[in-house]
Write a protein that binds this ligand. Sequence first.
Ligand SMILES: Cc1cc2nc3c(=O)[nH]c(=O)nc-3n(C[C@H](O)[C@H](O)[C@H](O)COP(=O)(O)OP(=O)(O)OC[C@H]3O[C@@H](n4cnc5c(N)ncnc54)[C@H](O)[C@@H]3O)c2cc1C
Length: 407
Amino acid sequence: MNFELTLEQKEAKIRFRKFVDKYVVPNAAIYDRLEETPLELIKAMANEGYLSALIPSKYFAKAAESNNRDDRGENIDDDSCANISKEMDSLTWGLLCEEIGHASGSLVSLLTVHSMVIQALLKWGTEAQRSHWLPLLATGEVIGGFGLTEIKTGSDAKNAQTTAVQDGDSYIINGQKKWISFGQVARVFLILAQVDGKATAFLIEREREGFSTEPINGMLGFRSAMLATLNMNNCKIPASNMVGKIGFGFSHVAGTALDQGRYCIAWGCLGLAQGCVDTSLAYSTERKQFGVSLKEHQLIQELIADMITQTQAARMLCYNAAFLKENKDPSLIMETSMAKYFASRTALKVASDAVQIHGANGCSDRYPVERHFRDAKIMEIIEGSNQMQQIIISRYGYQRYLSSQSK
Ligand SMILES: Cc1cc2nc3c(=O)[nH]c(=O)nc-3n(C[C@H](O)[C@H](O)[C@H](O)COP(=O)(O)OP(=O)(O)OC[C@H]3O[C@@H](n4cnc5c(N)ncnc54)[C@H](O)[C@@H]3O)c2cc1C
């Protein structure tokens, strides 16, 4: 296993950091306060190719071409879509989530939910669904949302209470989804509903009659992730909107999406933790107490040493997951769970220590660590809470133990 970045990956990481420094760092606290992510920022990400990064080029070559033409069909000189060119490898995608996470947890969640819909379509969608949706998702014309959680079913998402009843060539959907990231702006949602008691996945377009959203404000963290409640009230959708088969919704379609989600969140947490380390190194160098820099105090050194070490350990788990993902190794799912579990715990611990090092300044929005601290707590809850990850990981440990005993 070689963890050294290729030249292309190193260059990509530098490009991501430049983007983040230009568009995210100066504004993340403002967007957090306003509880919104402006569409211009989403468009800028699309123009960099971040929203199309995991889509095979055959699905968006045409979209990129048409985006590069003006209304009269003539070529536009600026190369705003020039970066929409090819699928990113798993490690580069991880580096993108890391760099975005360095500045904003909310924005990581945009990459997360959007790519969850993409991955589910790539693996379980029909060719008609892929050719319709992927070009739109690639350019950011359509943002994808993921609707699993309900008021009464969170961790036990398989038992969602939303129903889908067949009516000729259509399904009638009734139910409500809660806490849906970017639900205020997403235009297509991958949701889970019960068809005769079997969990099944469907795509629902925002424009459908009987579909509406309500914004959710005042969250602890991910405040600019534009959460919404989705209401489906006799919402009629074509049967061709089903993704995968009846009964495949949780085990297969949501499973694929959640694996992708955990991968993004693990890397985002790594970035968040690294952001806290970097800010704390700078702050403890500048800030003086008792006549010397904070960094001269051994108890501060202890905090810094632990923050660096834990962040590096999270990085190794993320790199390992990237290596397995790139090689389509079946142990990827479990190793990604471990990466998400460890990286989110690390992010919260490191963010908490960063606030400590910053003292009262760390409790104010003049420094990013207070926002990172709030966002890090969310990371422990989403994409399967950390208790769910512990259950999955320990079950895996016992399975391995028992199979080694039976040999
Ligand atoms: C900012 C934010 C964004 C979100 N975005 C989305 C989104 O885009 N799409 C979406 O579908 N959902 C989204 N969610 C919802 C999220 O996925 C759920 O909050 C999560 O799955 C946990 O469900 P719950 O909140 O209902 O908690 P519950 O399931 O009620 O759990 C409460 C607590 O009990 C623990 N617990 C539950 N069952 C067990 C058990 N068997 N053993 C031990 N402990 C257990 C949990 O770990 C948790 O700590 C988002 C949530 C937040 C906060």
